[in-house]
Design a protein around this ligand. Structure first.
Ligand code: HEM
Ligand code: HEM
Length: 225
């Protein structure tokens, strides 16, 4: 059924112009969204004057360190899952040998790559974490209560590039070329979705913490961690 995907012209499209579009939309729209939030904050007289570097840095630091905040310590299983998930999610695609080879082919640049077995394990960890997040969204009443379709969508968007990358690497299920093309498409969907969906928390996380941290420390003389 998916045979048409293997067509060389489709491969060239997905490996060429689509990659450009995905990266340009990801970078361009992410800058736009962050700038827009900054300008909105600027138009509110009380937001920017409140934010100070030291309070922001303290808040961010406590939240990016595993178990650094009380909230992280109280929910240790999900804290471990969240940290494992994010570390593997960010570092695997950047330091993946297969990706490195593509950068080298296209631009002549290369950098250190993860051993293939390690990349494989990190890929599996991302997929397992997504399943844990999904189960939590279905079975934990306090999370289920606030779950919408968007939450499931961002889980699927995060999961599929890893699943298809893994299947392509092992040459399982579909002909290799078909799976690689599917993988590249899902990778591109993920990049494009980041600025437009809740995945934009990748940037907003730091802005929210800067505001919350400054507000708590300067007005309430408390901590947000
Ligand atoms: C944007 C365009 C992308 C292209 C052109 C691309 C290309 C590739 C290629 C050619 C492979 C190797 C498949 C093989 O060994 O036969 C691969 C593997 C993989 N890619 Fe991508 N990819 C892209 C985006 C992404 C993204 C956004 C992610 C995740 C965030 C990702 C995660 C992976 C993973 C996890 C593997 C397999 C790792 C393993 O099990 O060894 N890729 N990719
Ligand atoms: C690099 C900067 C990032 C930071 C600081 C960050 C931070 C966070 C935090 C604090 C949570 C909440 C965890 C919890 O409720 O326990 C979260 C959840 C999540 N993040 Fe990220 N994130 C980042 C990047 C990304 C990226 C690039 C993706 C995928 C493209 C992603 C996908 C997710 C998903 C799917 C969840 C939700 C899990 C769920 O509750 O269902 N994150 N992130």
């Amino acid at each position: 059924m998916l045979d048409f995907i293997r067509d060389p012209s489709i491969y060239n499209l997905v490996r060429g112009p689509f990659v450009w579009i995905a990266f340009l939309v990801f970078i361009g729209m992410s800058i736009y969204k962050v700038m827009r939030l900054y300008l909105m904050a600027k138009s509110e007289k009380v937001v920017l004057p409140l934010i100070d570097g030291k309070s922001s840095a303290r808040s961010v630091l406590h939240w990016v360190i595993p178990f650094g905040s009380r909230n992280w310590r109280m929910r240790w299983p999900i804290t471990i899952t969240t940290f494992v998930f994010h570390i593997c999610l960010v570092f695997t695609p950047i330091f993946l040998l297969s990706h490195s080879v593509l950068w080298h082919e296209s631009w002549g640049i290369s950098w250190w790559s993860l051993p293939e077995g390690v990349a494989d394990i990190m890929t599996l960890l991302v997929m397992i974490s997504c399943v844990v997040f999904l189960l939590r969204r279905i079975f934990a009443p306090e999370v289920r209560f606030v779950t919408t379709g968007d939450d499931l969508l961002i889980l699927a968007i995060s999961f599929l590039p890893f699943l298809t990358g893994f299947l392509a690497y092992h040459q399982w299920l579909l002909p290799h070329k078909t799976m690689v093309i599917l993988h590249m498409l899902f990778g591109q969907i993920m990049l494009i979705a980041i600025p437009f969906t809740r995945l934009a928390h990748m940037f907003y996380f730091f802005m929210t913490r800067a505001f919350m941290g400054s507000q708590m420390q300067k007005i309430w003389y408390g901590k947000d961690w």
